[in-house]
Design a protein around this ligand. Structure first.
Ligand code: DGL
Length: 267
């Protein structure tokens, strides 16, 4: 058992969808959330830049006594997971991709799986590679959808303009006849309903719950879960704006206050 917090980070506030799922699944756990709003979008950055930012944040979380770190961002999970693991081996590090890969490879056989995400995630080819390794009968169709994360962050969802952009992407030939679609970006749970209403009856796979369930199992195996019931929450972003503050409440599904800390300045 450990009362220390779980560290969670993302390029911005999208990872709050994962943080919220963790809070529901593991209500006794304290959380430190870090959103790197100073450097987002990660989806448009080079692999090296994402590695550098992510390792700095992971170090910050480790130095703040986190007992585990969750990379709640697909772009950072695809570019920086192994880099962080190589550099920090005193606490467990989790990404948001492996739990999804494991879920899909157990559930689907001989099917076509669509994956949508940022440029960084899709161009890394990580879903295609990991899914094909685990289940060779799957056909993977990946599509970059770079407008979606900024659109959601600006509050455009469940309205005509967002539906038009979403439809435009989902009509891409690459995604023809898919059996399931992976929302490979932690922003996308907010447009899940719009995506579901585009399709008749394919599975739309949202990572949040699957990741939270995976973390629960893993921390339980390592005997790292907290039994006491007095969790504390810290929400930190590297650059504060009113707009992030407003959107954060929507992503976390409750009112939270964000503290600004530029961990790059202190060095
Ligand atoms: N939340 C990030 C992800 O899951 C996307 C946002 C960004 O590009 O920074 O990939």
């Amino acid at each position: 058992m450990s009362k220390n917090p779980i560290g969670i980070f993302d390029s911005g506030i999208g990872g709050l969808t994962i943080a919220h799922a963790i809070k529901i699944k593991l209500p006794n756990e304290s959380l430190i959330y870090f959103g790197d709003t100073k450097h987002l979008p990660y989806g448009e950055k080079s692999e090296q830049a994402i590695k550098d930012y992510s390792l700095k944040i992971a170090d910050f979380l480790k130095n703040n006594n986190c007992k585990a770190i969750i990379i709640a961002c697909n772009s950072a999970s695809s570019a920086a997971y192994y880099h962080i693991k190589k550099n920090i081996n005193s606490i467990p590090i989790y990404n948001v991709i492996d739990p999804i890969v494991s879920f899909i490879s157990k559930k689907y056989f001989n099917k076509k799986i669509g994956v949508i995400g940022t440029k960084a995630t899709i161009q890394s080819g990580v879903y295609k590679r990991k899914l094909s390794e685990k289940e060779t009968t799957l056909e993977i169709a990946s599509l970059e959808t770079p407008l979606l994360a900024p659109m959601i962050e600006e509050g455009f969802f469940n309205q005509e303009i967002s539906s038009t952009i979403i439809k435009n992407y989902l009509n891409d030939k690459k995604l023809d006849k898919i059996d399931a679609l992976v929302l490979a970006c932690t922003h996308y749970p907010l447009i899940q309903n719009e995506i579901k209403s585009f399709y008749n009856k394919i599975d739309v796979i949202d990572a949040s719950e699957i990741v939270a369930e995976h973390i629960k199992k893993e921390l339980s195996k390592l005997k790292l879960l907290n039994q006491a019931n007095n969790p504390k929450f810290n929400f930190i972003i590297s650059n504060f704006t009113e707009s992030f503050s407003k959107s954060a409440n929507i992503f976390f599904k409750e009112n939270i206050s964000l503290e600004e800390k530029d961990i790059w300045k202190s060095n």
